[in-house]
Design a protein around this ligand. Structure first.
Ligand SMILES: Cc1ncc(COP(=O)(O)O)c(C=O)c1O
Length: 471
């Protein structure tokens, strides 16, 4: 039986003999070892040859017949199908896999001093789970499709609205709030709605790369705008086709400036005059340690040009993937349409739990605790760095999750950042956030690390910098 002695069936494999036989016959056809119109042996003969039951052979032949590799002929015999001429010997070279197989990765926590990490150990998981259980006891509706809630559960949108009104002075109706998969999803959607190759985006320089990626995905040209210690610099550079401006006015990412009131008002006036949408990313305003946070830009906006974006990633935990966008009335409908297309709705059990968590006051208590702990961590870090006498200065402190440290001597910050990464310290170079601007320093995140980690982190950083700077 020419060719069929190549079949190798292994009874120790998890795959059944029938699957093995089907695959091997298919490969013989695809590689031209069995040619179109060639007759297959009878099931009885092949069963004897391979020491298999006739049922196994028949099932394999029928499967190949169903897939079009075999055709029936007289007396229930099979021949190789003619369509298989498309497969020619030697031609069946699969394109190389674009993704190289790598060993499975492990879930890991962040290394010090990775920016923008909350301390998830502070999160009151037991309390959260109690709310979760209570929510689940209400019935099975949260487990069903709920396509009418693609903008988020009403109870969560209302709770977020109340929180934003009280804490950030946000003025909106709860139906103007969309619950998103982290603020990143909100930014991405805004890019898709408002930008394009002929609609450019103003962006702080240095600025947040996550936002820049969203504008780039929308193929929008980016117009960098310098920042100083009063936030984004005005007047804006010329860009006739600009339709969006992205800012972090409460705590400029990554340098830390707070936008002055004068600039806020001027920016709103420009936006109104030029028909620009302002995207206000208020990513960590909850963590102001030395004063009450300044009201949001949105709260000053008479013209409804500000789109306010926020997140529970920093205040609760990033794995939750819940954020929100407060939309001007004009954008509610288009945003809702896009959201319903993107996903039927977000995670409903988490949304209902979060609503209950906010309404119960647990969120406010958690924030107060985080604020106290994070303030102490920032102080400890600054004291330790000062003791080491490193050539780093921190002009803006007292707010937020990150601190920008500027080198007081001339150095290439990317080299220092790479040396520190080798020593297990994660501090991105400030220049890596720049477009045209030029800054040399490192960005430190302190909130995600306990005192012990901050101490050992500063020790390792000092040893590495002293060596690599030769000081
Ligand atoms: C400035 C800024 N905006 C937005 C985000 C995104 O947060 P989310 O986890 O909600 O997507 C981050 C996260 O680090 C951030 O630093």
């Amino acid at each position: 039986m020419r060719g069929f002695d190549q079949l190798r069936l292994d009874r120790t494999q998890r795959r059944t003999l029938q699957q093995q036989l089907t695959d091997q016959l298919k490969a013989m056809i695809q590689e031209g070892r069995l040619r179109p119109s060639e007759k297959l042996p009878s099931t009885r003969a092949l069963a004897e040859e391979l020491n298999l039951s006739r049922n196994t052979i028949t099932a394999a032949f029928e499967r190949l017949h169903d897939e079009g590799y075999l055709q029936g002929c007289e007396r229930s015999a099979f021949v190789v199908g003619t369509v298989t001429r498309a497969f020619r010997p030697g031609e069946r070279q699969r394109p190389a896999l674009a993704v190289k197989s790598a060993p499975p990765r492990q879930l890991m926590g962040p290394r010090p001093f990775r920016p923008a990490q909350p301390d998830v150990n502070l999160f009151p998981m037991k309390l959260w789970n109690r709310h979760r259980m209570r929510v689940l006891r209400r019935g099975n509706e949260l487990l069903q499709y709920q396509s009418r809630f693609s903008m988020g559960l009403d109870e969560l949108r209302q709770a977020v609205g109340a929180y934003l009104r009280d804490s950030r002075g946000i003025r909106c109706h709860w139906e103007e709030i969309a619950v998103t998969g982290g603020s990143q999803q909100g930014l991405y959607m805004l890019g898709q709605l408002l930008l394009g190759p002929e609609r450019s985006a103003y962006m702080e320089d240095p600025g947040y790369p996550g936002a820049r990626r969203c504008w780039e995905q929308a193929k929008a040209p980016i117009v960098p705008v310098p920042v100083d210690d009063g936030g984004i610099c005005l007047p804006l550079p010329d860009a006739q086709d600009a339709s969006l401006l992205y800012v972090t006015p409460s705590h400029q990412f990554p340098l830390g400036a707070r936008m002055s009131l004068g600039r806020r008002l001027e920016l709103l006036r420009i936006a109104q005059q030029r028909g620009l949408w302002i995207v206000e990313d208020d990513y960590d305003s909850e963590f102001r340690f030395d004063s009450v946070p300044q009201p949001s830009l949105q709260s000053l906006d008479e013209f409804r040009r500000v789109i306010y974006v926020g997140s529970f990633s920093k205040t609760l935990f990033p794995g939750l993937r819940l954020g929100y966008v407060v939309l001007p009335p004009e954008l509610v409908e288009p945003f809702a349409r896009l959201k319903a297309t993107l996903e039927d709705h977000g995670p409903l059990v988490d949304q209902a739990t979060l609503a209950a968590f906010l309404e119960s006051g647990a969120f406010d208590s958690h924030l107060r605790r985080c604020r106290r702990v994070y303030r102490e961590r920032q102080q400890l870090f600054l004291e330790l760095v000062a003791q080491k006498g490193l050539p780093l200065v921190f002009p803006i402190t007292g707010h937020g999750m990150n601190l920008a440290g500027h080198f007081s001597i001339e150095v290439e910050d990317t080299r220092q950042s790479a040396a520190l990464a080798e020593a297990g310290i994660d501090t991105p170079a400030l220049s890596s956030y720049c477009n045209k601007a030029s800054r040399s320093g490192l960005l430190f995140g302190l909130t995600g690390f306990a005192d012990g980690e901050i101490r050992t982190g500063v020790e390792a950083m000092s040893t590495t910098l002293v060596k690599s700077l030769g000081i």
